[in-house]
Each structure stands twice: as structure tokens, then as C-alpha cells.
Design a protein around this ligand. Sequence first.
Ligand code: SAM
Length: 234
Amino acid sequence: MRSSRDFLRFWETTGSAKTFTHPLDPELLDAYVPRGARVLDYGCGYGRLTAELVELGYGAVRGVDVSAALIDRGRREHPGLDLMRCAEFPLPFEDAAFDAALLFVVLTCVPEDAAQSAIVAELGRLVRPGGVLYLSDVPLQDDTYHRELYGRFVARHGTYGVFETADGGVFRHHAPERLRGLVRTAGFSVVRERTGSVTTPDGRTAERLQIIARREGSDPADDGPTRTGPSDRP
Ligand SMILES: C[S@@+](CC[C@H](N)C(=O)[O-])C[C@H]1O[C@@H](n2cnc3c(N)ncnc32)[C@H](O)[C@@H]1O
């Protein structure tokens, strides 16, 4: 059985040379997160979306990733970005230090339940009440290829949806209700969902699930920078 340390090693080696393609929807972000917001891009990789946010006019964006190799690459490719390697929790920020957080295709790289919960819980600590989590990930795919793939690895990893790639990666696709549950347990309410298709790094097409969730609790600055959004309904 492979351990968390093995999974992380992949992101210091083979995984750090990959090109990530899972798209962010700028108009969805714009509907919930104003340009002045303090945004944390958790699991930023080489800063692909951190850079996109800056290009979109977001002025206070920080990227954090567990992989030193990916942060080094991000600093080379985007010298002006605020990118930091953080390998452990708690992250070096105060409670409620951010108005919003991105969590883009990170949980799919984290096969273990406890590690997934720890990530979302830490974002629950860091996003202020009333602030926003914008999560995008890959749910369980309902096609023959993926069903066979999940079935092949379920005995080895003990979780349906966890699978290995030929280059040594271990990934996980999730039941949508599991993602919603993780978010709720961390103190967020789901306010909007969006599905669609994405191209994966190995050139396949997959369904994605995006969740906009708001941090519960009273917001000391009711006129703070996070907007209500057009449709506060899942
Ligand atoms: C597919 S990449 C996505 C990067 C970025 N969010 C993007 O969309 O371009 C997944 C990221 O998750 C990070 N990651 C992998 N395992 C992790 C773990 N156990 N905890 C936190 N981050 C992890 C990797 O270092 C990598 O940067």
C-alpha cells in the first residue's frame, strides 16, 4: 500500500512537469469575488490560476503548494507572483485571513479521506465568515473506461474512484455528495454548483463539478468585499 509520502513524491518529480488544463470560469468567480478580495489559491501548482487571477485584475492573490518543485517552477515562469511552499498545516496565516480561496483539482490528487478533510478544514479556518470557497474537481465518471479503471484499483486502495496512472500518479474521483459533505463539514454552505466537461492532462474528456460555497458565521464587516452572487442556491 502506498503512503501519503509516496503520493507527494510524485508532485516533486514526474507530476511537477505536467501541464494543468482544468479551466476556471472567470464570470463565476466575478459573481462572488470582487477584485479587491484577498484570495488564496491553495494547491496552486506552478501558479497557473494564480497568474490568471492577477491577469483578471485580482490584486491580492497568494498561491500556496505542498510541492517545492512546482513552486520553484511557478517562480521561474511567473516571477511576479506571490507563491509559497507550505508542506504542513496550519498554513502560516491568521484565522479568517482571506476573503476567498480556490481549490482547483487538488482533492483529485489526494487519495486519502483524512488528508482531504484536513485541506478543506484548513480552508474553513482561513476563509473569513461570509467569504467564498471556489472548488473545482472531477467527480466519479460514468463511462465504461472509468468504471473499469476504478474497479481495477478498488481492492488495492480500498476506495472506489482511486486509480493509478502509468507514470506513477495516484488520483481520486469523488461522489459529488462527498465533495459537498467535505465542504459542509468545514463550515461552508454550498450556494451554487456548475457541471461541464474538461480535457484532462492525458488528453481525455472528463466531467467536472464546480462548487461555490460560502463560509458560515457572522461577518464582522457586512459591507466586506465578497458579493452575494446572482443565485445563492445550489
Ligand atoms: C493537478 S495540480 C493543480 C494545480 C493548480 N490548482 C491548477 O489547477 O493549476 C494538483 C496540485 O495539488 C498538489 N497536491 C498534491 N497532493 C497534495 C496534498 N496531499 N496536499 C496538498 N496539495 C497537494 C500538487 O502539488 C499540485 O500542485
